[in-house]
Design a binder for this molecule. Structure first.
Ligand SMILES: Nc1ncnc2c1ncn2[C@@H]1O[C@H](COP(=O)(O)OP(=O)(O)O)[C@@H](O)[C@H]1O
Ligand SMILES: [Mg+2]
Length: 360
């Protein structure tokens, strides 16, 4: 068998008028830990829910471990451990009971359960909380229990939907550390909108925006994409800086045009500014630093340069560049209550992971 663990082919999903996914194509290979990045509403959860057989695509197909998600859901579910975005946990159960419950509905016999429990407790650092009620645990611990649940049947592939989104920075770091450890011998697709997490845990990222894949590659390649370098320059808009009379000031348009005319500048946009300042964001300068050019421009025109910096977070700017204008947000109550398994079932704590188990 090839080492392709997940592949999607022209995956498309429409919810009424909303085109949630539009011809999404990617592959994940054995042993990879891939960051699945995108702003809210980009289509991350939709993709993951198709891969875990909770919803079917409008068109296109997906294979997991060689099995079509539509034709062979049972095989797919056996190969996948899934931590949904809103992890369903039963607050009144203790951790041991919960892991036992999810193992039972997955059909693990008690010998296998005990052997796996030992391993999972170790891998997810749950020894201290095994007897505690889930409702009393911190968010960080709850997510680790969710990870444990996903690992009980020892799947080779893990699909983790924003596992760190509600955590504080320390908890985030903890959970990422566990994911790194788990990723040493598994294939992981990890969705997030947090770039630094991807930089810590993943060698590769797939960036989605408005239901499309807009970048796919190792982080170095993504970082070095054209237009990924960004500068911020601010000119004084006052004619006389520091009381010196006769200092010329640009008009906003003149400053913008002059910056746009610099060799290597690909786009100039106005940035949020303050009194007395025209501030611009300049994309470009991939093949050379634009800062000296901006400085020389100011000197040549006699304009007072109050700010100048280059954006160090270039992965972040690539991300913003690629997902610009993607402002689709979860619509909340309207459809979620009706269509979301996590929410629609009246029983608290029921949801996708438990349902995965039910049907596996
Ligand atoms: N069950 C649904 N019914 C209607 N629209 C949905 C449903 N699920 C998701 N959407 C819409 O599909 C788009 C993608 O959503 P989603 O996959 O949840 O994005 P992400 O996980 O990247 O934030 C959004 O516009 C969202 O509002
Ligand atoms: Mg989501």
């Amino acid at each position: 068998m090839s080492d392709v663990m997940i592949s999607t082919n022209a995956l498309t999903k429409r919810f009424g008028d909303v085109q949630a996914l539009d011809q999404v194509e990617f592959e994940v290979h054995k042993g990879e830990v891939v960051g699945f990045l995108g702003p809210n509403g980009a289509g991350k959860s939709t993709t993951m829910r198709i891969l875990t057989c909770f919803i079917s695509p409008t068109s296109g197909s997906a294979l997991v471990h060689g099995f079509d998600v539509f034709d062979h859901p049972l095989e797919v579910r056996r190969k996948i451990g899934y931590l949904p975005q809103r992890a369903p946990l039963y607050p009144e159960m203790n951790v041991w009971e919960y892991l036992e419950f999810t193992s039972q509905v997955r059909g693990l016999d008690s010998g296998t359960f005990r052997a796996r429990l030992k391993k999972v407790v170790e891998v997810c650092g749950l020894a201290q909380v095994l007897g505690k009620d889930i409702g009393t645990l911190s968010h960080g611990y709850r997510q680790r229990v969710g990870l444990g649940q996903a690992l009980m049947h020892d799947p080779p592939i893990l699909i983790l939907d924003e596992p760190t989104s509600d955590l504080d920075p320390n908890e985030k770091a903890e959970v990422i550390k566990y994911i790194q450890e788990i990723g040493k011998d598994r294939t992981i697709l990890l969705s997030t909108h947090n770039l630094s997490e991807v930089e810590q845990a993943c060698a590769r990222a797939i960036i989605v925006s408005k239901g499309r894949v807009v970048a796919d590659g190792n982080l170095e390649d993504i970082r070095s994409r054209a237009g990924s370098v960004r500068y911020f320059a601010g000119f004084s808009s006052a004619g006389s800086a520091n009381g010196q009379s006769g200092t010329p000031a640009p008009t906003k348009q003149a400053a913008r045009d002059a910056l746009a005319a610099l060799a290597g500048a690909t786009r100039v946009t106005e940035s949020p500014t303050e009194e007395g300042l025209y501030r611009f964001e300049i994309a470009g300068g991939k093949d050379g630093d634009l800062r000296p050019e901006i400085f020389k421009l100011a000197v040549a025109k006699g304009w007072t340069l109050l700010e100048l910096r280059r954006d160090a977070q270039s992965l972040d700017s690539v991300f913003r560049d690629l997902t610009r204008g993607d402002e689709r947000l979860d619509r909340g109550a309207g459809w979620a209550d009706v269509n979301d398994p996590d929410k629609s079932s009246g029983k608290s704590g029921s949801g996708e992971a438990a349902t995965t188990a039910d049907q596996a």
